[in-house]
Write a protein that binds this ligand. Structure first.
Ligand SMILES: [Zn+2]
Length: 284
């Protein structure tokens, strides 16, 4: 006869949990908008930590923060409504806002605002994040690399607080940084350039962007959920104009093109090798 399992023996840590630490409302959609609903459909618990309120985003008239009429608090309030909608679309179980002020792009005056995420001591924000990590005990954590993927101060800070917080956990999670392989980025640019030339538009300048292809450690097929990713991007309407990179593609082409999300592995407690196709490889 099997003995009934007592509560103490029931290991709640076996529940698979994915947690992403993002800088602004809308980053969850652009870099993990396929992965979130894919994992939810697999029964994985999903948690989104958004570090800032996005005060430096465009206002509903498209005005940038330097414009006299731009009201950061009003922008943040609107972006919270948009984020809640995206969270619903992406089937995210829990949204945790850290509530820091958007630091703006590198070099902006907002970088020096004492309330900004950038001016917050790493250890202070890491302690707040650590509490959430202790509650959730995610096996897999996603954030950005030490360059913040593209150099934005809030993205760099998201990286720093995540790497600081995990030091105090009593287990080692697998940490992934989002990435776009150089080869993929080049192919996108090429396609856009061809279209711009065909439409008689001036081609945009060449930029060196992306992660060296050989560093990619996870390539997740998100083709089943890319329509939701597109819808989540659209939910952030105040930040998206019709001529933005994704919106120009349209939903159908977006769904065909954006069918993979890539990651670099930063910690590797399961000694994984090569490129995995499941972000929970080693756990199931
Ligand atoms: Zn961002």
């Amino acid at each position: 006869m099997t003995k009934p399992i007592s509560l103490e023996e029931f290991d709640v840590t076996e529940r698979l949990t994915f947690l992403a630490v993002h800088a602004h409302p809308d980053d969850e959609a652009s870099s993990t908008g396929g992965l979130f609903p894919l994992l939810a459909e697999q029964g994985v618990r999903t948690v989104l930590v958004t570090c800032t309120n996005g005060e430096c985003g465009d206002d509903p008239h498209g005005n940038k923060p330097e414009h006299d009429d731009h009201d950061g608090d009003a922008v943040a309030a609107l972006r919270k409504i948009e984020l809640d909608r995206a969270v619903e679309i992406l089937k995210i179980d829990r949204l945790a806002m850290l509530g820091y002020r958007d630091s703006g792009m590198e070099g902006w005056d907002h970088n020096n605002d004492p309330r900004s995420f950038w001016q917050t001591p790493v250890t202070d924000a890491a302690a707040v994040l650590l509490e959430i990590l202790r509650e959730e005990r995610p096996q897999v954590i996603m954030t950005y690399n030490d360059f913040g993927f593209y150099g934005h101060p809030d993205h760099i800070q998201a990286h720093r607080i995540t790497m600081e917080a995990i030091k105090s956990l009593d287990y080692e999670p697998t940490v992934y940084f989002n990435a776009i392989p150089k080869a993929v980025f080049r192919a996108w640019r090429e396609r856009m350039r061809e279209e711009q030339e065909a439409n008689g538009e001036a081609a945009e300048d060449e930029v060196d962007f992306g992660t060296a292809d050989e560093l990619i450690a996870a390539a997740i097929d998100v083709s089943a959920t890319t329509p939701l990713k597109f819808d989540a991007l659209v939910a952030h309407a105040s930040q998206i104009t019709e001529d933005s990179f994704w919106m120009k593609m349209g939903k159908e082409r977006f769904t065909q093109t954006m069918n993979t999300e890539w990651f670099v592995r930063a910690t590797n407690p399961n000694n994984l090798e090569g490129v995995v196709t499941d972000i929970f490889a080693g756990y199931r």
